[in-house]
Design a protein around this ligand. Structure first.
Ligand code: ATP
Ligand code: MG
Length: 249
């Protein structure tokens, strides 16, 4: 048991969820390493949503609301940390949920699907017996995407994505919204909208923005997108990382 008054309680709880998911076979061993990298960057931004991240979350919400076929692509880490939040966002948006695993095995896909269904998902795409299309520029099982999901999506939310796949999705003409604590990762640099925040804070914020923007016109939403510059936003996040590091936050 982690005592509630421990100064790093939240962080330790997330770590416990990750270890638990690994033990249950939801997460690959390397997923724990990816989490550790995320933790390090979260430490550097002060383990809270920055104003800069909030701007990206607003832009991400606008892009998802403007989408014809929005899809949330989930992996083991996102499922372990935020299955309920993924389902809530999908319901609020009318978006589809699709499983995409870096280290894909039939058993892991099944467990991820079960976890999402337990969290309330009515339908989960990206499972084994399903018609798939190939995303150009990728190889192996990672290239395969559900025909009615990521393959035909115009906007995809891909938290904690691998750089190759983010790049291929952008090259295939999709608007890619990612959540990645490392502002220097290839995913962060190649995505259309990069939210430098922990997925457990980013998703509730996006859900809140989507609810707030529901009555906005398409023109209002497009304006939010036009006023957002991803490179500039990443630069701001990098500055925050270094400011926090020298103790001048
Ligand atoms: P890239 O392939 O984009 O260059 P990478 O190879 O360094 O990135 P991956 O293992 O492919 O990293 O992806 C994991 C990414 O997810 C890392 O950049 C890490 O910072 C980030 N990450 C891990 N946990 C979280 C979290 N809880 N919230 C947000 N981001 C996270
Ligand atoms: Mg990678």
């Amino acid at each position: 048991m982690i005592p509630k008054d421990h100064p790093r309680y939240e962080s330790l709880m997330l770590r416990a969820k990750i270890v638990d998911a690994y033990k249950k076979g939801i997460l690959a061993d390397s997923g724990m390493i990816a989490h550790g990298r995320g933790e390090a960057f979260d430490y550097l931004i002060g383990e809270k949503t920055t104003e800069t991240a909030r701007k990206a979350e607003r832009a991400g919400a606008a892009a998802l609301l403007l989408a014809e076929n929005p899809v949330i692509s989930v992996n083991g880490n996102t499922t372990a940390l935020a299955a309920e939040l993924v389902v809530e966002l999908a319901e609020t948006l009318g978006a589809k949920i699709e499983i995409n695993l870096f280290y894909r095995t039939a058993s892991r896909v099944e467990k991820v699907e079960e976890t999402l269904k337990d969290a309330g998902a009515r339908r989960v795409l990206g499972i084994e017996d399903e018609e798939k299309g190939i995303i150009d520029g990728l190889e192996g099982p990672r290239a395969r995407a559900s025909l009615e999901g990521v393959y035909s999506a115009d906007v995809v939310l891909v938290p904690l994505e691998d750089g190759d796949r983010a790049e291929a999705l952008v090259a295939n003409g999709k608007t890619v919204v990612t959540v990645d604590l490392n502002p220097l990762s290839r995913t962060a640099k190649t995505s259309s909208i990069t939210i430098v925040d922990n997925v457990v804070r980013a998703l509730p914020n996006i859900i809140q923005e989507v609810a707030e923007f529901k009555n906005y016109s398409d023109d209002d939403l497009k304006m939010i997108l036009e006023n957002f510059n991803n490179d500039q936003n990443l630069e701001e996040s990098l500055k925050i990382v270094s400011r926090t590091y020298i103790g001048d936050a």
